[in-house]
Write a protein that binds this ligand. Structure first.
Ligand SMILES: Cc1cc2nc3c(=O)[nH]c(=O)nc-3n(C[C@H](O)[C@H](O)[C@H](O)COP(=O)(O)OP(=O)(O)OC[C@H]3O[C@@H](n4cnc5c(N)ncnc54)[C@H](O)[C@@H]3O)c2cc1C
Ligand SMILES: *[C@@H]1O[C@H](CO)[C@@H](O)[C@H](O)[C@H]1NC(C)=O
Ligand SMILES: *[C@@H]1O[C@H](CO)[C@@H](O)[C@H](O)[C@H]1NC(C)=O
Ligand SMILES: *[C@@H]1O[C@H](CO)[C@@H](O)[C@H](O)[C@H]1NC(C)=O
Ligand SMILES: *[C@@H]1O[C@H](CO)[C@@H](O)[C@H](O)[C@H]1NC(C)=O
Ligand SMILES: *[C@@H]1O[C@H](CO)[C@@H](O)[C@H](O)[C@H]1NC(C)=O
Ligand SMILES: *[C@@H]1O[C@H](CO)[C@@H](O)[C@H](O)[C@H]1NC(C)=O
Length: 634
């Protein structure tokens, strides 16, 4: 009954969203509906998995692809679609995996709360729809560390290919001062993005204050140059205003194809190499969530891991692919000793600065209007249902942010980068790695190299180190100081006694003490807001951290420990593309080192975070991955 309900709801909502129909022709719910064997099995029907599935099945019509997804089809509303009040989550939001990390000792033993989509479309079906790309410098640094050609020039065409960007009407563009440069776009991909026809009435307040802080407005930040005040489109349809996500663009909107099967409500337990990792591709062990039955799927081509940053490493660890010491402790036979599997975990984190006003903050409308004013909400709901949606519900959350480099944050930036280089060369770097890989020579070598490359990146005045996304400054005002390139590294490990239970996430935020040096500089920089004429005109009065705390290193560290928000939902890097002697898990061809017929294509593959939220990068990585795989099989 639950399936029927879900499917009917999905049908109705997808029809609303302008999709053709749910292509049930290739939706599978039971092993009896499957082929005996597939050329490709993709583990996880999320952002990257469905992108690869769509491209493979389109380009290789004679090869059969099966995607196995834990969740089900869901209409996946936007972040703020009716009937939300802009406060509580959408009552029909798509299901999520909800994780609490282990206590984070350097952050007062607080835990990170982090989610991922558990649905066809994965995290793209539940995310904040903020659709930015990293700096070209991030990608070039990634290529340096990965020893590969995954630099900006090689991935930029895939950022463009993934998306259909629609320019906003000129009246809208002028009303909000949207700027963009079409040369960053021009692709015709199945994911839509645009600037919405609505912003809250105080959009200009922070924007003006940022300019007064000396931050340069940038015309376009998606073309590789990303430093300054950026307008950022949202992943939404330009006409309906609805969320655009992989479950639509790379599945429901694709006409049914006989070679594209999607099995829902099934969990991949592990991959099996009965004759060792050199004789692949592996079998895939699958568990039905409906009747708990296990079966093995035979694969003739390859298995493609796209289960996301937390589950790709857990599936690999259950398969005996991971750090051998950990696998021994867990009682799992070692198939391949790859210490990088589930290591190298990073996320964007940071504390806020907060304030209130001594004068009335008078703008209409502000987000709280939605909860307070029934007629305003009714009008907003009607506007969203117009053939061309407009009004507040078309706004996903916000469309701008500042991205500031360390040299523009602090004159002492070289003291910080000097410290990073010293740590990488004097032998102390290893002591900041997670305890269970701290004495592994390959992990140490890889970490040292990352630190050296990150030092160079952080020194570059064009490479952002801080992000502060725009939010309405309705009192109490709040602005976050994200650390875009953390140096600390965490882990994802199986629960030792119950390998199918939620994995244990050890965030270890702030475990590398230099991250605190950067946090201190960033918070002090962001407090510059309070000195701007705009904030002073509004009578802004600082709540946190406050001048006294900010003047004292010790006190400001304590504030950061207590106030840092540990996850902005951008986990990454748990199966990094780096050479094996550097602790890497995959090569530039995305193949797991030493395993035949096994690749990884999700957000696990980055060596370190880019200066961006991750969904646009996920699509671009998957588009490039698909081309590599198609090239190998054509
Ligand atoms: C709440 C939230 C807000 C975010 N906000 C933004 C934002 O505003 N902008 C932005 O750019 N990015 C944002 N992100 C991040 C971005 O959406 C993700 O980084 C990206 O979508 C990840 O893609 P992926 O393919 O690696 O993993 P996912 O898209 O998460 O796909 C993994 C899929 O694998 C499935 N799966 C897992 N284990 C198994 C298994 N054993 N067997 C079968 N299936 C399995 C999962 O159910 C899931 O569908 C946000 C993420 C979240 C969760
Ligand atoms: C964090 O927890 C550990 C282990 O329980 C304990 O030793 C430590 O004192 C705690 N730290 C703080 C700041 O509470
Ligand atoms: C747009 O720019 C003009 C000129 O700089 C400025 O006066 C106005 O406040 C801006 N509007 C918004 C909504 O940012
Ligand atoms: C799957 O294959 C493995 C290895 O060959 C075997 O041990 C196991 O019994 C198989 N499982 C099922 C359900 O057939
Ligand atoms: C902000 O200021 C208003 C008016 O001065 C006051 O009522 C409110 O309690 C203050 N809020 C906070 C969080 O300090
Ligand atoms: C409620 O919203 C309407 C617009 O829909 C506006 O005209 C009205 O002034 C608002 N009411 C209050 C009390 O602010
Ligand atoms: C591991 O799983 C078991 C059984 O599900 C659970 O009781 C235990 O709390 C888990 N361990 C940790 C550290 O979360």
């Amino acid at each position: 009954m639950r399936f029927l309900g879900t499917t009917l709801a999905s049908l109705a909502a997808l029809a609303l969203a302008g999709a053709t129909a749910v292509p049930t022709a290739n939706l599978k719910r039971h092993v009896s509906q499957l082929r005996n064997s597939y050329d490709f099995v993709i583990v996880g029907g999320g952002t990257t998995g469905l992108t690869v599935a769509n491209r493979l099945t389109g380009a290789l019509p004679s090869k059969n692809t099966l995607v196995i997804e834990y969740g089900d089809v869901h209409f996946a509303p936007g972040l703020f679609d009716p009937p939300t009040n802009w406060i509580t989550p959408h009552p029909d939001a798509a299901p999520t995996w909800d994780f609490l990390s282990l206590p984070n000792p350097e952050m007062g033993n607080r835990t990170a709360f982090v989610q991922a989509g558990q649905v066809v479309g994965g995290s793209s079906a539940v995310n904040g729809m903020f659709f930015d790309r990293g700096s070209h410098l991030d990608h070039d640094a990634w290529a340096d560390v990965a020893g590969s050609n995954w630099n900006w020039d090689s991935i930029f065409p895939y950022f463009r290919k993934a998306v259909t960007f629609t320019e906003p009407p000129s009246a809208i563009a002028q009303r909000y001062n949207y700027t963009w440069d079409v040369s960053a776009y021009g692709g015709a991909g199945p994911i839509y993005s645009t600037f919405p026809p609505f912003q809250w009435a105080d959009q200009a307040v922070l924007d003006k204050a940022w300019r007064e802080m000396g931050i340069r407005p940038a015309t376009e930040c998606a073309g590789g140059d990303k430093e300054g005040i950026c307008w950022v489109p949202a992943s939404q349809h330009p006409v309906t205003g609805r969320r655009s996500h992989a479950g639509l663009g790379h599945y429901a909107d694709v006409p049914p194809r006989a070679n594209y099967h999607l099995l829902v409500n099934h969990q991949v337990v592990r991959v099996l190499y009965p004759n060792g990792p050199k004789s692949g591709p592996p079998l895939v062990e699958v568990r039905s969530l409906v009747d708990n039955q296990l079966f093995n799927m035979t694969v003739s081509g390859e298995v493609i891991m796209a289960a996301g940053v937390f589950h790709t490493p857990t599936v690999l660890q259950r398969s005996g692919i991971g750090p051998s010491s950990f696998l021994n402790d867990a009682g799992i036979a070692v198939v391949l000793d790859l210490p990088g599997v589930g290591s190298n975990l990073q996320d964007h984190a940071g504390p806020p600065v907060t304030w209130n006003y001594s004068q009335p903050y008078e703008y209409f409308p502000l987000p709280s209007e939605m909860a307070r004013n029934a007629s305003f909400k009714a009008e907003a709901t009607a506007a969203f249902d117009q053939p061309t949606a407009h009004g507040p519900y078309t706004l996903a959350g916000g469309n701008s942010a500042i991205y500031v480099s360390l040299p523009h944050i602090t004159a002492q930036y070289k003291d910080i980068t000097k410290k990073i280089r010293r740590m990488a060369t004097d032998g102390t770097a290893a002591s900041y790695l997670p305890p269970d890989i701290r004495s592994n020579a390959a992990m140490i070598a890889g970490y040292k190299q990352q630190l050296l490359v990150l030092a160079e990146l952080l020194e570059n005045p064009s490479a952002p180190s801080l992000e502060t996304p725009w939010t309405s400054s309705e009192p109490p005002g709040r602005a976050w100081a994200f650390l875009l390139h953390p140096l600390s590294r965490g882990t994802v490990r199986l629960n030792l006694t119950d390998h199918l239970a939620q994995p244990l996430l050890d965030y270890r935020a702030g475990s590398n003490p230099i991250d605190f040096d950067i946090h201190l500089a960033q918070v002090r920089f962001l407090r510059g807001l309070f000195n701007t004429p705009t904030m002073q005109q509004h009578g802004a009065t600082e709540i946190g951290p406050g001048a006294t705390v900010a003047a004292d290193d010790q006190a400001l560290r304590k504030y950061i420990k207590e106030q840092t928000y540990l996850s902005f939902f951008h986990p990454c890097c748990t199966a990094a593309m780096m050479p094996k002697p550097k602790g890497g898990v995959i090569g530039p061809d995305l193949k797991v080192h030493g395993a035949k017929g096994l690749r990884v294509v999700d957000m696990s593959i980055m060596p370190f975070l880019p200066a961006a939220h991750l969904s646009a990068t996920a699509y671009a990585v998957a588009e490039k991955a698909a081309d590599i795989i198609i090239g190998d099989w054509n």
